[in-house]
Design a protein around this ligand. Sequence first.
Ligand code: EPZ
Length: 442
Amino acid sequence: MQFENKIICDGLLNKSLEVKMQKLIIYGPASLMGEIEVEGAKNAALPILTASILAQNKVIITNVPDIVDVKHTIEILKYLGCNVLFENNTVVVDSSSIGRFTIPPEYAKLMRSSVLFMGALLSKFRRVELSNHPGGCEIGQRPIDLHISAFRQLGIEVFENNNRIMCRCDRIKGSEIFLPIPSVGATENIILASIFCDGEVVIKNAAKEPEIVDLCHFLNKLGAKIKGAGTHIIKIEGVKRLNSEEVIHKVIPDRIVAGTYLCAVAACGKEVVLKSVFPRHLDSILHILKGSGCKIKESKNEIWIKKEGRLKGGLRITTHYYPGFPTDLQAPVCSAFAVASGVTIIKETIFENRFKHVPELVKMGADIHVEKDIAVINGVEKLRGCKVFARDLRGGAALFIAGLSAQGVTEVMDADYIDRGYEKIEEKYSLLGAKILREKGE
Ligand code: EPZ
């Protein structure tokens, strides 16, 4: 594979800055039938691409979803001086010419996971500058205080001034860090900053998400020494340098994309097989849907789901850290139970402002009341299509599902939010029999 700076990445920033948001037009009700491959996980691909700057040689990362956040991360890698090629869900990164340790505001603002370049660049250069607080979906305050306090415990000087954060150190100190919240991002940033630490860094109450396990798997292939990924205690033994071999790594399937398909079938029927998926990462949603009248069978890498008749509501669903019910499926499951029988209660415990999809669902005829962190869903027989606005990534996916089950035409405006985390969503669901068009927004 020849290296050249591919047009596909260049100019994305300009394109994304002059956004003319797109819309998806969904002709409901749909009845989903068929088989579909689940793409690679956004929340594993982003930290793994970030970690690729630490490699001593070229890395080849496969099963990378073709989504906006991946392209933004590649923009940052190229801005830092890496050579990157992205084709057919494969990214090749050669970081031998990396030469910068600053992340300019326009990049930092693009997405939350830009914050992970702090840990990686501190390992690479012992210094980093993030010229703006990281962006991403506005689903809550999303502070980075746990990242900053952990860096300080690692002996890193952190200076904050007008939204700019500058960090530097001579060496990374072996330490024991207790996280008051098992934050995914803070756990990943500590791991990335600790690869070359003196002695050992121990993270207590670490996040256990499968995406963190995949990141550690990749880093260990590069020559890092990380133990305990997937548990609440992660140990990183510092190494002097990483291996010089080329590394190939396949990203795990996206459990949130898979969960979204399951919610879509639960909302509008009928019978679908998900392929290239890890059912063990989806226990919580599978348990909920089995208890609501969906027939489900799992094998090693496949899930068969069949839903006939009306979904049975009446459950109480609470979002938790992994392996509990993921906050990223809270909005999609809202849409499924909006047309279920009975009253379903959803409690959001992770983010304080993640019910923005509810007023849009109510426009479609849903009967949902939100009180602080609780949504009470009185299931209705049917939703009706109308114009609705996506306000964030997973909220957009929820409106997409509602459009599939609704009577008539639904226009999901600002669909670009959905493109941040779902690869070619209208093409994939059309393969399952749905009728969807994509158009430039007004
Ligand atoms: C990751 O975000 C995911 N993003 C999110 O997915 C996901 O919702 C979240 O983890 C929880 O599972 C990526 O992996 C790129 P956290 P992250 O740090 O790392 C608080 C999607 O839709 N907190 O685990 O930002 C924070 O405010 C996205 O794909 C602090 O208070 O989440 C939140 O309430 C959205 N201080 C809680 O912890 C900190 O320094 C969990 O956040 C850090 C976090």
